[in-house]
Ligand binder design. Sequence first.
Ligand code: GLV
Ligand code: MN
Ligand code: MN
Length: 415
Amino acid sequence: MTPLSIDAERLLGRIRTLGSIGRDADGRLVRLAASDTDREGRDRLVAWLEEAGLDVAVDRIGNIFGIWRPAGMEDAAPLMLGSHIDTVIDAGIYDGCYGVLSGLAVIETLKAAGFSPARPLAVAAFTNEEGVRYAPDMMGSLVHAGGLSVEAALATVGTDGTVLGRELERIGYAGGNAPGFLTPHAYVELHIEQGPVLAHEGIAIGAVETLQGISWQKVTIDGKANHAGTTPMAMRQDAGHAAARVVAFLRERARASQTPTVATVGCMAFEPNAINVIPARATFTVDLRDPDEARLREEEAALAAFLDRLAQEEKVAISVERLARFEPVTFDARIVGRIESAARARGLSHRRMTSGAGHDAQMMARIAPAAMIFVPSIAGISHNPAERTEDADLVAGANVLLDVVRAMTAEGASP
Ligand code: GLV
Ligand code: MN
Ligand code: MN
């Protein structure tokens, strides 16, 4: 193959430009799904897709696709690249955006080089991958893959009381295409690792072969408000204390297990939330993950048993709502092999690995051969404004994606 490379300056410049969109008064990057700042980011992306001469399509759940359909390939399934451009609260600039903008860079490079792909190419930006405002996460790709009806997804009520469908209409991204209208031949997602493995081992490229299972639950504990000064400790029904015991239980159990299980309580609220009132209610989320489905079920069962015991001991009522549940995923071995070959051919160190984070690729793997490429995250930091990847690593990952795409769209190639 004649060597080709993506335009590094353009890719890095676009990552920075997109990362400047959606800053709040304190300078924090917040582009929650279907918000005003998400609209600004989407508008910027669509302008770039149009400048690249791609056909832009938006589906009913707001997924954006930029499609390069060479003449005569009207009905062929595309090789799809992509990720997401929504963010968490106080985010870094690479999570998701890197994959979408690299997908665009790959298509632009191939078009400019006069490459004739054996099938169309598409880049996707899926709605609400983060799941911060509306659960579950990976929602746009889940709907695209047929795992959740578009009606149910659009009716989702957010953490701020908004309804996703109305918000998508309001920001102008309730598209007309039926979700799943563009079935991919295969799907490849490039992403920062968001964990410490590659940086720690000094390896440039991760060929992601598995992705761990994810369980999200919302727990509500109802106790009784009472006076903080007058109520003896033995007479309390303290929802706040009960919630704290769950946090400690999850952490201690995961740490003691000597397994890859991870457990996080990332959101918590007390009511009435006053310094001198025993909390009447505590609401919090539980994020449990494990690469092994049987073990993830055991962890869920252990939490349920603990909550039963806690309700008795603390004299509180506890209810649990399931927000998301996704089993571990095994990616397509042929694509994983192509990623390794592409890294090797460029002289880049590489290793197979599992993904600790959730990704749109795990949904696309339900309907097409799929895999992911990771690049190192400095110090393994992500979902944090300090999230960073060296420019050279970003460019290397995009060039590996380029080579994988060339190989997968060569005449006669299977995934
Ligand atoms: C997505 O960012 C996740 O929570 O893994
Ligand atoms: Mn992401
Ligand atoms: Mn993320």
